[in-house]
Design a binder for this molecule. Structure first.
Ligand code: BDP
Length: 328
């Protein structure tokens, strides 16, 4: 009898706890972020947590796990979709394979620059991308900056597509990036962010591609000293939340969560432009051999098969691609 009572009490407690964490009462969320402590995204996600706590009077708390300790980015995206992680700062690159609408931002050179990307993401294309992500269980609360990605390697400057021929280049997990490297005659190597330093160092790959802050914060510049300003990808990032958890919030809490994310994005964008400059200066001082890519058109031309293949498999996304290209 006693035992049965105890089981009964435990069951009630479990049901109550589940009700509380899923509902409007009180919740403790886990957040994923891949970056080092002083990175703009890290500081901004901590700010998000702080604002959430304040805005809900401590009913919703967010414990951030930085440095990718909760798993690789593709894994974390899956964990967020099933609700094992409530919140994450994700690059739309690895989200693309899950949500096709989000994949259009991973078409090389689709954005003409950061301003163009901001206008597109703040407009109708951004809304369509958000809707596509929501259908896959992820609500994008705000967009973070991630600069432009350029090629770097341990061998030589890259000035023309042929320079990539035969090179083994690490890419994020997304067939579009593998297609991009193949179209340049290189050998793509999809790999987790955390493995890139060692792979560059030991020659498992010759190069990779990223923005200035990540090239610097990871130490990749120490082992791949040629940075060639191709700026082939401008990929926004999201502050994302599990769709069911977000959907179960009261309207008031939804507003607090959105507002906190927006404020954290304002901070992130401000810190981002400063860090991009500081990172660039730091690696240049360390002796990185930098070159501009004068003929970007040659790289853009080489991407035609990547676009053709993507539109062939996703004909319904042609209007979205065109809407981004037409965004003024
Ligand atoms: C960085 C992104 C991060 C990615 C990383 C990568 O902020 O989300 O995981 O690139 O290349 O710029 O994997």
């Amino acid at each position: 009898m006693k035992l049965i009572n105890r089981i009964g009490a435990t069951a009630v407690a479990v049901v109550l706890a589940a009700g509380i964490s899923g509902g409007a009462q009180a919740a403790e969320w886990k957040g994923w972020n891949i970056h080092v402590p002083d990175y703009p995204n890290t500081i901004a996600m901590d700010k998000f947590a702080e604002l959430l706590d304040k805005g809900t009077g401590g009913r919703i708390t967010l414990k951030m796990f930085h440095g990718g300790v909760l798993g690789s980015q593709p894994d974390a995206i899956e964990q967020l979709r099933i609700g094992a992680i409530e919140v994450g700062n994700f690059n739309l690159g690895p989200i693309g394979p899950v949500a096709p609408e989000a994949n259009v931002v991973s078409l090389p050179f689709i954005f003409k620059g950061m301003d163009h990307m901001h206008r597109a993401m703040d407009g109708a294309p951004g809304d369509q991308i958000s809707a596509g992500m929501a259908k896959k269980g992820m609500v994008a609360l705000a967009w973070y900056d991630s600069g432009a990605r350029s090629f770097y390697n341990s061998k030589k400057p890259i000035t023309k597509p042929e320079d990539v021929t035969g090179m083994k280049v690490r890419v994020m997990n997304n067939d579009l990036y593998s297609g991009m490297i193949s179209a340049l005659g290189g050998n793509p190597s999809p790999m987790a962010f955390s493995e890139v330093y060692q792979s560059l160092k030991t020659g498992v790959v010759d190069g990779a591609e990223n923005n200035w802050p990540s090239y610097e914060s990871t130490g990749h510049f120490e082992v791949a000293g040629y940075y060639s300003m191709s700026e082939h990808l401008i990929i926004p990032e999201c502050v994302c939340i599990n769709a069911d958890i977000y959907g179960a919030l009261s309207d008031e809490d939804k507003a607090v969560v959105r507002d906190a994310a927006r404020q954290s994005a304002d901070l992130q964008r401000e810190l981002w432009s400063k860090r991009a400059e500081a990172s660039r200066e730091k690696v240049m001082k360390a002796g990185v051999k930098f070159n501009e890519v004068a003929d970007k058109a040659a790289f853009q031309d080489a991407m035609k098969p990547v676009y053709a293949k993507f539109l062939e498999s996703n004909p319904d996304l042609k209007p979205l691609v065109e809407a981004i290209q037409a965004t003024q």
